[in-house]
Write a protein that binds this ligand. Sequence first.
Ligand code: ATP
Length: 329
Amino acid sequence: MQQPGSTLMDDQPKQPPAAAVSVTGLSKRYGAREAVCAVSFEVAAGRIFALVGPNGAGKTTTLECILGLRRPDAGSIRIHGLDLRTQATQAKLLVGAQLQAASLQDRITPRQTLDLFGSFYPESFAGEELLRRFDLESQADAPFATLSGGQRQRLFLALALINRPTLLVLDEPTAGLDPQARRKLRILIREMRAEGRTVLLSTHDLEEAAQLSDQVAIMDGGRIVAIAPPAELIARATSLCRVCVRTAPPLARALVDSLPHMLGAVYSDRGWMLDTPAPNLLLADLVRRADQAGAELLDVQLRRPSLEDVFIELTGHSCSGGEPPGEPS
Ligand code: ATP
């Protein structure tokens, strides 16, 4: 249990110098299906690292191997330098996990669950403290079956933290939640990093990965195709910026065609969509010329390349499984 007098924020885990997770040449097959193929990456201690990819990319299998729930066919995994093949018991004490398919018995309450799971470990947080922190106090004695999706996810996150782990492994922690519950969960995940813990998570939400993570590994078909901080990945995108502008009256085609740095223009839905590598220069001229033409600006939007654009460029398909975006109609 938590030491008397200590608080959650006092609980700064001491980080050993080694990377929190080090995966080398990890491969795993299910029969003929190669779920994970020669995957290697390192998760720096105290950072949020996201494995992103569509359904079936191999994210869960990778996390399950790291958690010691599946035996790899090849490769090695170290957690803070401890080799999972020979030092699994010590390594597991450093890890807290939240799995995608987690569930609990219908009638158990959050308070009972936290007390029960806390009793499994030599050191753990007090259930009361986690109920407060994860905003579950008013549902503390409610049966699990009556909790909302967001409350359940917060309980699973609290359970992942119960043994004061240095490393948290979270499989799709925000899947299926409404935007408000997602925001709340992201705040909690950032708090874990602020305490010095390492978070390794999986998601197929690229926007979320870009907002939340220090490092993103793009995974597709069992392989890692790129690893970098999200801003660095986005900077690699070759897609153009897109300026969408509506004016009254609409701008003439001749005016639009004469704008500097304009590499493509499509008129749609009473506005122009203009592709450009230099949005500042294009917008400055656009505003001036619209004014000269007596056209009033009604709406201007700028869309920069996103992690989704990078994903499509690297894999040839969308992360959410849809078709790559084509020409605007
Ligand atoms: P999701 O986001 O849908 O969970 P994922 O990226 O986590 O996808 P995995 O669940 O690791 O991917 O699955 C990788 C591949 O392995 C998929 O083709 C999947 O169908 C297959 N697979 C996963 N688990 C098993 C299993 N127990 N038996 C057979 N095939 C499996």
